[in-house]
Ligand binder design. Structure first.
Ligand SMILES: [Zn+2]
Length: 188
């Protein structure tokens, strides 16, 4: 992620690894040697929705993904909205469904992408119309849906357990930080 920041956004000086004393002790970070602006590289909040629709779980397939991977509805939280408003917005934008009841499932790390996932269960109504980002969706009954070994998959598993279903996981190849890795490894 550091490669994306080469210059200070405040004074345009090239950034460099600079060690400064922080609350936890001396710490090297990408900083501006001129004005000490610091690239904190904090994780980005991502919202995820276990969409319950007509008693089933809606999983969708992103146009950018190869293979047959179906996953939760996700999107970046935006400035000026609550996480609940954000997941309702994402569900509406991506599926055209209205979220009627939204409950927090949990918060999950996704360190490979430097993200933190805030996952909700949303009971939804309306008529499904996918955004251009999504190519397909499938509805699964809770006893048939398969989870995946990554942040949003663990969220789905936790929600299933809360409803008395023992989650089943699909097998994935070992996750790789390589950007040429299969897209499945980049799914939250
Ligand atoms: Zn600067």
């Amino acid at each position: 992620m550091n490669e994306a920041y080469r210059y200070c956004p405040v004074c345009s000086t090239p950034l460099a690894p600079v060690t400064l004393l922080e609350d936890g002790g001396p710490k090297e970070r990408l900083r501006c040697p001129a004005c000490t602006w610091t690239h904190w590289n904090n994780p980005t909040p991502v919202l995820a929705g276990v969409v319950e629709y007509q008693g089933q779980i809606l999983l969708a397939r992103n146009a950018a993904w190869e293979g047959k991977m179906y996953a939760l509805i996700t999107g970046f939280m935006e400035a000026g909205e609550t996480p609940q408003d954000g997941i309702a917005r994402e569900i509406l934008e991506e599926t055209n469904l209205q979220a009627r009841e939204i409950h927090l499932i949990g918060v999950y790390d996704f360190q490979r992408m430097n993200q933190v996932i805030i996952a909700y269960h949303a009971r939804c109504e309306g008529e499904v119309k996918l955004s251009l980002e999504l190519v397909d969706y499938r509805l699964f009954t809770p006893d048939k849906v398969k989870c995946w070994p990554a942040g949003t998959g663990y969220a789905l598993a936790d929600w299933l357990r809360s409803r008395g279903h023992e989650p089943q996981f699909i097998e994935w190849a070992r996750p790789s930080p390589d950007p040429s890795a299969p897209p499945e490894s980049r799914i939250a």
